[in-house]
Design a protein around this ligand. Structure first.
Ligand code: MLT
Length: 403
């Protein structure tokens, strides 16, 4: 008889954002007269910028001709996009990447999950707590997380990120092989400086560990001390894989385009992780559509840069509105200055889900309960700055009224 991957049976509940979406939908159908404002999943609301749309149209037209038509593209991404990424996202920060160190994909979420394919099951995995649930759930699916007991996975190393430590993880006492770091952080919205990242790179090099660095939110960095890439830290090319995305930077959540960087120096017992990932991608992935890659390339044109920067500034302004409103209403808030996420402490000792329910039921605003991101997220909710300005302001008025 066929056997299933029993690790799936250990997973608690559904995926966090599906659970939240279901709760919002239930509330909405029970209360059709109270339109819910969603500040839950980090999904953008502004349309794709004109430079991107123009490039997409052009690529669609190319596909309609014999000369311009493309079938299967390179699994790793077209050179035009890999070169543009190296030239615009890395070279100006003093980082030299070869285009073949960049793998274009359909999402940082998929890559963060799929990267586990190239690592052994018996690696010890360290995650921040709270954390983007994809890192935890995909390791649980692979069998690396152990058993789920009392809201903790028995084989994971949890690195608590709390108000007391400024939401910065401490190097774990137990030796970690795979270390997931995400800065600017999802969910707390806190960003790590160069000084704060350096010890992690040193640790990974000394211990033969790999840092899986998710910098999907780098476009929101405003503080010059905060690095946009882990490769700004000396030695990181031998210690880290970096995940980036066009989703939040350029509104591609529905369009799907991202990339993963694996420098050639990154080796385990002489084997390059770059060639392993290349082998994995060639076998399991057929590349991002040409039209989408042309659209992503247009993000780097002068017009694309100006237009996408304007969108990022718009969302950062929403973050400011949220911070101001919630702190004005007496809540303690974090994040939102170098990130599109605001991490708010629930008042009066309320638990995350209780505060989530209160905001949903009394204000018709959707948030994400902090406990869904890990045990140390208990007592917080996360709000995103990705709504429209009008909805952000309306949501803040509603929340202020119930506090
Ligand atoms: C989030 O809300 O944390 C993210 O948008 C989810 C994602 O990017 O997959």
């Amino acid at each position: 008889m066929v056997k299933i991957n029993e690790n799936y049976l250990k997973l608690p509940g559904s995926y966090l954002f599906s659970t939240v979406a279901k709760k919002l939908a239930e509330f909405q159908s029970a209360n059709p007269d109270k339109p819910v404002i969603k500040m839950s999943i980090g999904d953008v609301t502004r349309p794709l910028v004109p430079a991107v749309i123009e490039a997409m149209h052009k690529a669609v037209d190319e596909m309609s001709t014999y000369e311009g038509f493309r079938g299967y593209g390179p699994e790793q991404g077209y050179d035009f996009l890999r070169e543009a990424i190296a030239a615009h996202d890395y070279a100006p920060r003093g980082i030299t990447l070869q285009p073949d160190e960049i793998f274009v994909s359909d999402g940082a979420k998929s890559d963060c999950g799929n990267i586990g394919d190239i690592f052994g099951i018996d690696n010890k995995v360290a995650v921040c707590d709270p954390v983007y649930p994809v890192y935890v759930d995909t390791n649980a699916m692979a069998g690396r997380a152990g058993d789920y007991i009392n809201e903790h996975w028995s084989n994971l190393i949890y690195m608590p990120c709390t108000a007391e430590n400024g939401f910065m993880p401490e190097i774990p006492k137990e030796k970690a092989d795979m270390i997931y770091l995400c800065f600017p952080n999802n969910p707390t919205g806190v960003a790590a400086t160069r000084e704060q990242l350096k010890p992690w790179v040193d640790y990974a090099r000394e211990n033969g560990s790999i840092i899986l660095y998710d910098s999907a939110y780098e476009a929101f960095i405003t503080n010059p001390d905060v690095p946009h890439s882990i490769y700004e830290i000396e030695g990181a090319r031998e210690a880290a894989i970096e995940f980036r995305s066009f989703s939040k930077t350029a509104g591609f959540t529905g369009t799907r385009c991202a990339y993963t960087v694996i420098p050639h120096e990154l080796k385990v017992n002489g084997t390059e992780l770059n060639s392993m990932w290349n082998r994995r991608q060639c076998t399991k992935f057929n590349g991002v559509p040409y039209i989408i890659q042309r659209a992503a390339e247009a993000v780097y044109s002068p017009e694309g840069q100006a237009q996408t920067k304007e969108s990022v500034a718009y969302y950062l302004n929403n973050a400011k509105i949220i911070r101001k409103a919630l702190s004005g209403a007496g809540l303690t808030v974090y994040g939102g200055e170098n990130a599109p996420y605001i991490w708010a402490k629930a008042p009066d000792g309320l638990g995350s889900w209780e505060f989530f329910d209160k905001i949903l039921n009394e204000a018709a605003v959707g948030t994400t309960p902090g406990a869904g991101f890990g045990p140390s997220g208990e007592g917080y909710v996360r709000l995103t700055a990705f709504s429209t300005k009008e909805n952000t302001e309306a949501a803040m008025e509603r929340i202020k009224a119930i506090l």
